[in-house]
Structure formats: C-alpha cells, structure tokens
Design a protein around this ligand. Sequence first.
Ligand code: C2E
Ligand code: CA
Ligand code: CA
Length: 592
Amino acid sequence: MNANTQQTPLTWPGVCAALNDAVITCDREMRIVCANAAACALFGLHRQMLIGRAFSSLLGRSENIPLESQTHLCQACDPSACGVWRFGRAVLCAAITAAGPRPVEYTLSSVGEGDARFIIVVLRDISERIDELRNAHHEALHDALTGLPNRAYLKQRLAEAMGQGETAEALTALLFIDLDDFKDVNDTLGHDVGDELLCQIADRLSLSIRSTDFVARLGGDEFAVIVTDILNIEEAEATARRLISAITAPVRVRGLDLYVSCSIGIAYHPFNDASPEDLLRFTDIAMYRSKAAGKNTYTNFDTAFFEEIKVRKDLEHRLRQGVENDEMFFRFQPQIDLATGRVCGVEALIRWNHPQAGILAPDEFIPLAEENGLIHLLGDWVIRAACRHLKSWMAQGLEVPTLFLNVSPLQLRDPSFVEGFLQTAVDMDVPLSALGIEITESSMLHATPDMVVQLGRLRSRGVRVAIDDFGVGYSAISHLRDYSIDKIKLDRSFLEGIDSEAPPPRMARALICFVKNLGLRVTAEGVERQSQYELISAWGCDEAQGHLFGKAMSEAKLIERFLRPGCVRASASDPALPCPSGKKACAQAALS
Ligand code: C2E
Ligand code: CA
Ligand code: CA
C-alpha cells in the first residue's frame, strides 16, 4: 500500500501532520491505513512499516504503568481479552516502539460507516506523567528523611512475606528496632544532628541485612527489618546482634562521635500466628522488654507477655482507684546539714499500699503513671499530702525543716503545674518556704523557656528547687545557668567506691567542688557508710542523705528521731552524725 498521505480518504492530512499527538487511522479491521509524522516518531518506524499492520501489534504491557491501571487498561487494549475495543475513553498501555515499550494514552473514534468506516487513534506519550505518578507512588511508600521504605510499605511487604511463608514452610521474622534515648540527642544537640544521625543509622541498617531482607523506617527513631526464609530463630537473633553492633559503633556527625544503642523486639511468622498488624504489635511489646532489661539488647516475643500486659492493665486501673481511695502514703528521709548536724530537709518518698500486692515502691508504679498520664493526679495528691503533713507538724510545735517533694518531668511540662502547686499551699495555709521540689537532671534537658520562667516564679515565692540525681545520663551542665535553683543532689552512684577503691574515684570530689563554685549547695545522696560521710565532709559537701542517717521511715519515726524539739541537732549517740561545732571542726573530726 502506498504510504502517501495524499491517498488516504482523509481530507485533513496537513492538520494531522502538524499535530504533536500521534494520529493513526485504521480500517474497520483495526489495520493501519495511515499514520502522521508524530506517530512515526513515537514508534520509531517509517510510515511504510506501519501501514498494513494490525494496530494491536503495536501495543503491549508497560512495566512503568502502575499495576492498578494496567490490568483494566491492558484488557481494554487487547480485543482478545475483552472482545471489543473501547471507544471514547482514554486507554493507558505501552506502545511497542523501536526503542522499547513506552507508556502511552490513546483514544479511539469511529468515522464513516460500512466499508467506509475508519477508526482514528490519537496516541500521546505519557512517560513524563508516569514518572510523576511513579514519584508520587515512591513518596507514598518511602520515608522522606532516610529514603527507606515506610510503615505502609513495610506492612505491604510483610503481608507478602507472610503469604509466601505459608507455602514455603520457612520462618519470617520481624524485627522492631527502637534507638535508645534518641530524644536526648535531639534535645541536647538539636534536630539537625538528630536527623543526620538517623540517616546514618538507616544506611548502616541497610548494609547490615541480606539482599533478600527488607528494612523500613516506621517513624521517629523506630525501624523494622523483615528477615525472610529462615529455618530457625537463631538466624533472626544473629541478624539482631548484627544490627546492634552496626548501630553501637560510634556515629560521626558534624565532628562529634555519637554513641547510640538500640532495643529490638522480634516476632515470628508462623510461630506467632498473627496478622501483619498483630506481628508488628508483638515486636513492639518485645522491644519494650528489651528496654526494661536495660536496653541495647533484643527479645523474642513470648505469648506469656500477654499475661504481664494484663497485670499491667489491672495495675493501671487500680492505680487511679488507689489515688482516689488515698492508698498512697509517704516514707521520709532526712537530709543532714554536715556543718551543723541539723536536719535541714526531709524528702517525701511515696509508697502505695496496694490492697492485694502490699506496699509498692515508687519504681513499681511511677513509670506506669507517667506513661498513662495519671502522674498529674498522683502529683496533686503528693502536694496536698505534703501540705497536710507540714500543717500537722507545725500544729504539734515540731521543728519543721523544708519538705522536699519529687516532681516528675511530665508535671513540670504541664503549664498549670506551678500555679496549682502555689494555690494548694496557699489554700492549705502552708508557708511556701517550708516546701521544696526535687526535679531530675533530665527534666532540665527538656525544659521549655516557659518552664524555666515558671520554676523561677516558684522559687521567687520561697519554694526551694533542687536538681536530683545529678551527674547521671546526659550532662545538663550548660542548662544550669538557665535555671534558678538552690541545690544539687549528687547521684548516689558517685559515692560508690570513694571509700574503698585505691586511689579513690575523683569524680565526686570534683563535682562537689564544681557545684560549690557555682554558688549552689550540694547534697550527697546514698551515704551509707561512715567512711563515705567522712570523705564528703572533708571535700566540703554541704548536706548528706542516705541509710547512714536513716532509711526511708514512717512519719512517727521521723518525728521521734528528727523533728521533736531538742533533737533537731543530730543525736550524740548516733556515731554517724557529725559534731555540732561547725563545719571545719566536723571535717577534722571526721578525718581524724
Ligand atoms: P530519688 O528521688 O533519687 O530518691 C532516693 C531513693 O534512694 C529512695 O528510693 C531512697 O529510699 C533511696 N535511698 C536513699 N538513701 C539511700 C542509700 O543510702 N542507699 C541506697 N541504696 N538507697 C538510698 P525510693 O523511695 O524507692 O524512691 C525511688 C525513686 O522514686 C525516687 O528516687 C524518686 O525518683 C521516685 N519517687 C519517690 N517518691 C516520688 C513521688 O512522690 N513522686 C515522683 N514523681 N517520684 C517519686
Ligand atoms: Ca529525690
Ligand atoms: Ca535522687
């Protein structure tokens, strides 16, 4: 057949030739009778090679077109699949060109009737649009910061892997990885450093897995790895160990060597018969076990954890009732002024008299209260109870030292905390100078400017502010200048070994000196032995608290031993307590 467009029945060849879209005319058998220049360019074929061909032979499947579009589109473009050509609506498929398949969109229109019926096909190359679609598709399944697959993609792959696992008789392991204390990195070094760290960790994880495994970032500092086709849990555990050692090697970010660790939870399909969502939840539960076990480790999920979760849930429920039913009470511990031997403060330490479990220590319920928000209710109870005790002591004519309360960082973050604290004391007619709060060093790290102002307000009204457990974890030394505080309580870990190791560890002495140079008072916590007491006294420490002076005790015992008039000065019969004749003499006496 002659390819000269002049010989086609169409009378608008010039128009066709000028169109950017490819225009092909077919006879009613869908054989090509005419093609414009854009059509020749699209297929990379001379017009002569197009004319006479079945149009369907130019079409195929495209790797580039999203699956969802392809199935119905390929059917639409393949008459053998659906029997008819689809007219009117645009159809997406691949054009088989000399350079390979290219995504196109085409529409079919019919002109004329009977033998003079022709089909006009207008095709448009949609590579760019497909690229955009693919980018959007990629973005929907990947994390923007690290470029790793995201949670949605992980779930998709997990469902696939679990489906395959069913037939393959192999195990699929899901590892949930949570970086330890990552928040501190963000808070101390800034989010840019945190982001860079996450990117490097993402690269390390990607490099530490087999090519058949799959790593995703679930958000924040959480990652997950799918390990497929393993025969036993040891293989998954080996992966966990590999990931831990990859993460714990120092990460260099902006000239700083950062030391990160992670906690991992592992669950298995089909051992832990579960849906992908449940499997993810199981790994999360197991990961928390790793955290509780001291972090930087992995834990396999065990269904026994459910029982513990139930116990926890019950405890959570009981805790609210416990606060409401006044099942909480205080034990007290004196803080001794080393220069005078006087009790200069008392710390209130909460206990819970659980109706079934007996007396619970704060470590057994404070973290839970912090997790579920009950800490605010509990905190209110603490303030009111402290005021009740102070009022009662004043009414009994006792020598009343400052009563220090422990305040959770979460309470401090509550903008109404300071106002509530002051109001309670005023309402209960307790002088604010009789109250003090102990806040942990880590609270300072997460302080907002408003928190600093609020604490300043508390202190300006006479409430003492002490920094608790100082020196452990991330150092908050640079934050000290922002805060208005009275004293610093040196964490008891610094006292370990000061009296038994040779040479004695120097840190406690250096810290005491440091705090005093800042013009603040320093309290040594956890003083258990006379020898420790003697050393800290000689080093100029202001106050001490610990078993040497008394374990956490009942109110009656506190009054009996420390608050009764006449016994405010440490009793002479107690060998642990310093002489009352001034600090220098005390220090000398302690050392002699
Ligand atoms: P903390 O504020 O550091 O309290 C000191 C803890 O060390 C107390 O444990 C105390 O009994 C113990 N201790 C004191 N002297 C010595 C010693 O010489 N040797 C040893 N080995 N231990 C000593 P406790 O009462 O179990 O309190 C644990 C933690 O619970 C407290 O640590 C505090 O962070 C928290 N806590 C206690 N009461 C409250 C409260 O009312 N509210 C909040 N938010 N937290 C509280
Ligand atoms: Ca404390
Ligand atoms: Ca402490």
